[in-house]
Write a protein that binds this ligand. Structure first.
Ligand SMILES: NC(=O)c1ccc[n+]([C@@H]2O[C@H](COP(=O)([O-])OP(=O)(O)OC[C@H]3O[C@@H](n4cnc5c(N)ncnc54)[C@H](OP(=O)(O)O)[C@@H]3O)[C@@H](O)[C@H]2O)c1
Length: 275
């Protein structure tokens, strides 16, 4: 999408880790950045506010664990921004124990996937207006992951690793349908796996996992730089494109299943109240 100067960028979960580094890099490159964050008075939000010395950075309150909050945030973004050139669906959680949101939905699925599905759809007209917009879904490897359509809410079995992996597969599957809805506008939907990155994501998970990430993980700044490098290039033909760090990779397994993508889209539309 070329230079970010003057472009309108919207990012979720910019209060720490990869999101904070990406918001910072975008502001440094002259983008007009809006960060959706769940607590505008938090330490993370204060770090974000400090980015204002770099360029335009606005904060909008948005708790992805509440669909009403996502709707309110999308309204604010749409009111403020005539176009959205870049939407980064970045925020994510690893929750050791299964939890339900006030909407009655499994929390990992809602925060990582469903709220981003809702946000992307509510900003669709603004993305179309940008003509060559990019939507980035922050994902993980999904080649061997399958969705259980009879148990999307992980009621029968829950582990934080599989709940997170399934939410990422849902993001990849929905990227395909989102790209169809944006077709003809020059927009592209990208799925970006940043590799293992040292961030707050692994706090409270397992000591072994955290120790491993501390040794082999990249910095959030590296992950952000890789993402901006991908965005600076012309997008590859076909959408969604899957990138692992800076390399485009073919999708495999259920992620390529058009029927699964349609089924998920319909179920997601019902869950967020579109139909
Ligand atoms: N780190 C890795 O190795 C890795 C690998 C693959 C994919 N990813 C993905 O990269 C993305 C960013 O993760 P990270 O590593 O940078 O983790 P992180 O440092 O923990 O950042 C997560 C962000 O999500 C936000 N968030 C969590 N729950 C939220 C909610 N209910 N509403 C709004 N925002 C919420 C957090 O905000 P608060 O400050 O309010 O908590 C924080 O800003 C995630 O989607 C993650 O799955 C990371």
């Amino acid at each position: 999408m070329g230079s970010m100067r003057g472009k309108v960028a919207v990012i979720t979960g910019g209060t720490s880790g990869i999101g904070l580094a990406t918001a910072s890099a975008l502001a440094r490159q002259g983008a007009r950045v809006t960060v959706l964050c769940r607590r505008t008075g938090s330490d993370g939000a204060r770090k974000l506010a400090a980015l204002k010395v770099l360029g335009e950075v606005n904060l909008v309150e948005c708790d992805l664990g509440r669909l009403a909050s996502v709707r309110a945030a999308a309204r604010q973004v749409a009111d403020r921004c005539g176009v959205v050139h870049l939407l980064v669906n970045n925020a994510g959680v690893f929750l050791r124990e299964r939890a339900e949101s006030a909407d009655g939905l499994e929390m990992t699925f809602q925060v990582n996937y469903l709220s981003h599905f809702l946000l992307s759809n509510l900003l669709l007209d603004r993305l179309k207006a940008a003509r060559d917009a990019r939507v980035v879904n922050m994902v993980a490897p999904v080649d061997s992951i399958r969705l259980d359509f009879d148990d999307l809410m992980s009621k029968r079995s829950y582990s934080f690793l599989s709940a997170s992996a399934r939410s990422k597969l849902a993001l990849v599957l929905s990227a395909r349908r989102l790209a169809e809805r944006l077709s003809g506008t020059g927009a592209q939907v990208l799925c970006y796996y940043p590799g293992l990155v040292r961030s707050g994501l692994f706090e409270g998970t397992s000591r072994v996992l955290k120790a491993l990430i501390d040794v082999v993980g990249a910095t959030p700044a590296q992950a952000a730089a890789n993402l901006l490098a991908i965005l600076a290039e012309a997008a590859p033909a076909g959408s969604p494109a899957f990138f692992e760090r800076t390399r485009a990779r073919p999708l495999k397994g259920m992620a390529t299943d058009a029927e699964a993508a349609s089924r998920l889209w319909e179920m997601s539309s019902r869950l967020v109240g579109f139909t």
